[in-house]
Write a protein that binds this ligand. Structure first.
Ligand SMILES: Cc1cc2nc3c(=O)[nH]c(=O)nc-3n(C[C@H](O)[C@H](O)[C@H](O)COP(=O)(O)O)c2cc1C
Length: 200
């Protein structure tokens, strides 16, 4: 097996991911977003969208969203999730498979109130991914919600909070010369991370 350190990788994929992520953050222009794929059983098809990556807590990757959204419905039916990060400047990709669970109400509340007020209002008013007539209707909802809570803090909406992804598989990809890309697969087996190199 190769020396993982030559690729800034460690035997533990979470530490490797954090290292790659922090290195990428220094040079990338984009927000720390990740592609999140779920499976829609009704339409028998996968669904991918970008979400903000909000760090790692107790070895789990964190994101926040609406608990009544299509993604939340899909995650209720199937806790399997696939994530992908791409860093253009760094020429790197990380793919992750994991299982999701909802964050505790307490932790969601703490995070919700750490966001700026406009974001809290937007989360409060939005029935995410349902149809609305036009922008004016959306602005009216925003203004109504703003008025409703003048001088008060915005309560955590019942239908909003965090998810925690427990990863069980990582693939680290680094562009190589002549398309001889370096790819390392980490699989969690028998309480251990096994690493193998994949062909480009
Ligand atoms: C860069 C980026 C970051 C986003 N971050 C979030 C997020 O953290 N939470 C969220 O609910 N939607 C986020 N969105 C919107 C989602 O991509 C998506 O449109 C929305 O969550 C509805 O998805 P759904 O209909 O599959 O549930 C983000 C979009 C972009 C482009």
């Amino acid at each position: 097996m190769d020396n993982l350190q030559d690729y800034s990788l460690l035997p533990d994929p979470l530490s490797s991911f954090l290292y790659w992520f922090n290195e990428a953050e220094k040079v990338e222009q984009n927000a720390p977003a990740m592609a999140v794929s779920t499976y829609d059983p009704k339409k028998n098809r996968p669904n991918t969208r970008y979400l903000l990556y909000k760090g790692i807590s107790q070895n789990q990757l964190v994101f926040y969203t609406n608990y009544l959204s299509p993604k939340a419905r899909e995650l209720k039916a199937n806790q399997e999730v696939a994530l992908a990060f791409y860093w253009h400047e760094s020429k790197k990709q990380v793919r992750i498979h994991g299982r999701v669970a909802k964050m505790s109400l307490e932790d969601s509340t703490t995070y919700f109130h750490s966001r700026d007020r406009q974001s809290q209002i937007a989360s409060y008013l939005s029935a995410q991914s349902t149809v609305i007539e036009d922008k004016a209707a959306l602005l009216a909802k925003y203004n109504d919600t703003t008025k409703l809570f003048v001088g008060e803090s915005i309560p955590l909406p019942e239908n909003w909070g965090g998810y925690l992804v427990t990863p069980y598989e990582f693939e680290f990809f680094l562009y190589g010369e002549n398309r001889l890309n370096d790819r390392f697969l980490y699989e969690f087996k028998k309480q251990n991370w096994e690493v193998s190199r994949l062909q480009p």
